[in-house]
Design a protein around this ligand. Structure first.
Ligand code: NAD
Length: 486
């Protein structure tokens, strides 16, 4: 275990070897809670990528023929190793991302669940047959891997999001090149290292660090057959269009602006507890974060009062410290950007009922900003519209459920939406009318588990087959039909 905590330039993992990038460019990886530089990450270039692709392409010849149960056994072993290293992995997530240890621990669990799902490959990869499509003629569908797959991931889930991709792709017989976020690249090396320890042959999983050049290399490379992307909306759209134009399969998961509707009959204690978690947990840097609350009827004042009261109780600080609920945002630039949005909300005339700029964390060098709440926000305002990706919550008032759903559906994003109510009919109407991919009722963050698809719509997703679940299996396999006369 040599790679992850040294204050030096990270290496790429290619063909089972730790390989220095040939690029001269790099950037610092910083602990956002302390400002301390953890290491540097290379901005790998086309040469580095070509090398990884050639290895992955060569390895694919054998890996695709490795019996599926044997592949699954390696995943079972990998699952065990991840469980054994759970605390270490969670600590690393907190260090490079800033989220609290509790959040990081939960994230590691979500990653492990993906490995558990992928270990079901022998069943998941089964085809289907019809013995009598005509007299003495039968047809069968067989699944095969696609080839070399490229995965490009964001900073906010250094464990979970890569695990949406490479375990299932590899279980399905593909070889993989992971390009982790340059802001949180360290965990990827450890994940690759542990997979090798579990028995994964060299060259099946490769890690190429970097930024735009490495991404463009993946999108353009003729030997990469499929691309899984998760990140912000403009990049997701660009990745989708470019990779698709180059003839690749693409699934491209993008940004979000998730609304939670609170009905007058809701259990307010439950609603407040869950909205706090969803709006300010992981410093609002989740694609399933709640960034807008829509209050219905006359509960608005009471709900806002309680939200502010609960936000005042939040402990802000380094995520490794006990009882800290709100860690830093990822970089100083993101803190500045958030402050600009607070100023924009003030200019647009909404009511700033809790100002996170005033939370002073004087002994800390990190990128902290306290929980911020705007009331009387209107659809169309900038803070309602944009994904801010910070602990900033907007409250919009609506007269009734119909109006609340209409406001929510006006968003260009459609990752998730939540409802707090005690009325079954309201739940049904919400489910029928809401134009978003992942709905939640009386809970905070309705992120589906690995055996279901991660299912955003509109500008939250580009492509056809989503990540995880049967969609994931379809994405990482090609179907071949055999029709035969006997
Ligand atoms: P980002 O788009 O800045 O970066 C994601 C990846 O794209 C990184 O690996 C980065 O190196 C690369 N990249 C960034 N800009 C690029 C460019 N111009 N050209 C080529 N490559 C580029 O995203 P982020 O800030 O790391 O992550 C946060 C975003 O990810 C948020 O918008 C969040 O909603 C989204 N996200 C979505 C989901 C989902 O399931 N829909 C899940 C997690 C995160």
């Amino acid at each position: 275990m040599s790679i992850v905590t040294r204050s030096e330039t990270l290496k790429n993992y290619i063909g089972g070897e730790w390989t220095e990038s040939t690029s001269e460019k790099s950037e610092e990886v910083v602990n956002p809670a302390t400002g301390v530089v953890l290491c540097s990450v290379p901005h790998s270039n086309q040469n580095d990528l070509n090398r990884a692709v050639m290895v992955a392409k060569e390895t694919f010849k054998e890996w695709r023929k490795t019996p599926v149960p044997r592949r699954a056994r390696i995943l079972f072993k990998y699952q065990q190793l991840l469980v054994e290293h759970w605390e270490e992995l969670a600590e690393l997530v907190t260090k490079e991302n800033g989220k609290t240890y509790k959040d990081a621990y939960g994230e590691v669990q979500r990653g492990i669940e993906c490995v558990e799902f992928a270990a079901g490959a022998p069943t998941l990869m089964m085809g289907s047959q019809l013995p009598d499509i005509a007299t003495n003629i039968e047809s069968g569908m067989y699944r095969y891997p696609v080839g070399v797959v490229g995965g490009i991931t964001p900073f906010n889930f250094p464990m979970m999001v890569p695990c949406w991709m490479f375990p299932l792709a590899i279980a399905c017989g593909n070889t993989f090149i992971l390009k982790p976020s340059e802001k949180t690249p360290m965990l990827a090396n450890r994940l690759a290292e542990l997979f090798t320890e579990a028995g994964l042959p060299d060259g099946v999983l490769n890690v190429v660090h970097g930024a735009h050049e490495a991404v463009n290399g993946i999108l353009d490379h003729e030997h990469i057959k499929a691309v899984s992307f998760v990140g912000s909306q403009p990049v997701a759209e660009y990745v989708y269009k470019t990779a698709a134009a180059n003839g690749k399969r693409v699934q491209s998961l993008a940004g979000a602006k998730n609304h939670s509707i609170v009905m007058p009959d809701a259990d307010l204690d439950l609603a407040v507890k869950n909205i706090m978690e969803a709006a300010f947990g992981s410093a609002g840097q989740r694609c399933m974060a709640c960034s807008v609350v829509v209050t219905v009827g006359d509960i608005g004042d009471e709900l806002v009062r309680r939200l502010v009261e609960a936000a005042d109780e939040i402990k802000i600080g380094n995520g490794m410290e006990k009882d800290v609920f709100l860690g830093p945002v990822i970089r100083g630039s993101q803190r500045k950007r958030t402050i600009k949005y607070i100023e924009s909300g003030e200019k647009e005339g909404c009511q700033l009922v809790r100002d996170g700029r005033k939370d002073r964390i004087s002994d800390k060098q990190g990128y902290f900003i306290g929980p911020t709440i705007f009331d009387h926000v209107k659809p169309g305002m900038i803070i309602w519209k944009d994904e801010i990706f910070a602990p900033l919550l907007s409250v919009v008032r609506a007269e009734n459920l119909e109006e609340a759903i209409d406001i929510t559906n006006q968003s260009e994003f459609a990752n998730g939406a939540c409802l707090f109510t005690t009325n079954a009919k309201t739940v049904r109407e919400f489910r029928e009318e809401m134009d978003a991919g992942m709905l939640g009722v009386n809970l905070a963050v309705p992120a589906p588990m690995a055996f279901f698809p991660f299912s955003g719509y509109k500008n939250s997703f580009y492509g056809d087959l989503h990540a995880n679940g049967k969609d994931g299996v379809d994405f990482y396999t090609r179907k071949k039909m055999l029709t035969a006369r006997y």
